[in-house]
Write a protein that binds this ligand. Sequence first.
Ligand code: ADP
Ligand code: ADP
Length: 237
Amino acid sequence: MIEFIDVQKTYPNGTVALQNINLKIAQGEFVAVIGLSGAGKSTLIRCINRMHDITGGQLNVDDVDVAKLKGKQVRRFRRRIGMIFQSFNLVTRTTVIKNVLVSFVPDLPVWRKLTGIFTKEHKIQALEALDKVGILDKAFIRVDQLSGGQQQRVALARTLAQNPAIILADEPIASLDPLTAKLVMDDFKRINKEMNISVIMNIHHVEIALEYADRIIGISKGAVVFDGKSAKVTKEI
Ligand code: ADP
Ligand code: ADP
């Protein structure tokens, strides 16, 4: 479970991005975080895996006080939390399978990851992850030859290979056309339901959020202004 207790985040330049956030997210929920640009959505999800440090309150993930983790503990903690970005963050000039395999050698620098020696078990697990998102047939193709939707699925497979309890997704479909976006959302939904992985996703397509998520959290000016099953989306959000 993820628990925000009076969480605040003020950036070093004085921008207050989150003010007194109180939330509980149970294991296996599919949560869409909606709100205008600059509302604090990205900050909210990036605090969960300590990409950003909170500046007030407490944030617990499975009873771990996230702010108290140090060095190696942070890295181990992040292994259980997958992160998906709008821009995919793949190494495009190499094969799909290599991009997935890097998740088995998290502590190596990127160039070592790509030339790393991987076990047969790792290769099998990487292929299984690609199969789960329907792109097994693309395993040995270079990433830059894939469409945007296929690339986002590679990113999803890379995250799945690390066996996460939680997947954080920051505008994962923002750069995709509507049809492709739905196919990627279908993958998120299936992974969420079949593997009981929590999904917390920033998304600005309200209709898609309503269609796929179990719960909608509306953020405005760093505060929660809506939290419920079906969004009565108002002008404040
Ligand atoms: P959203 O994801 O809803 O667009 P963000 O979480 O990115 O919102 O931003 C919330 C607020 O914090 C905005 O005012 C934004 O400009 C500001 N902000 C985001 N990142 C930083 C940063 N690294 N330093 C200073 N201000 C930031
Ligand atoms: P996105 O939310 O799509 O990732 P942004 O343009 O909001 O893109 O932010 C890009 C990066 O710049 C993020 O790492 C964010 O934290 C940072 N950032 C956003 N707003 C500010 C700001 N006002 N000052 C400093 N950094 C910011």
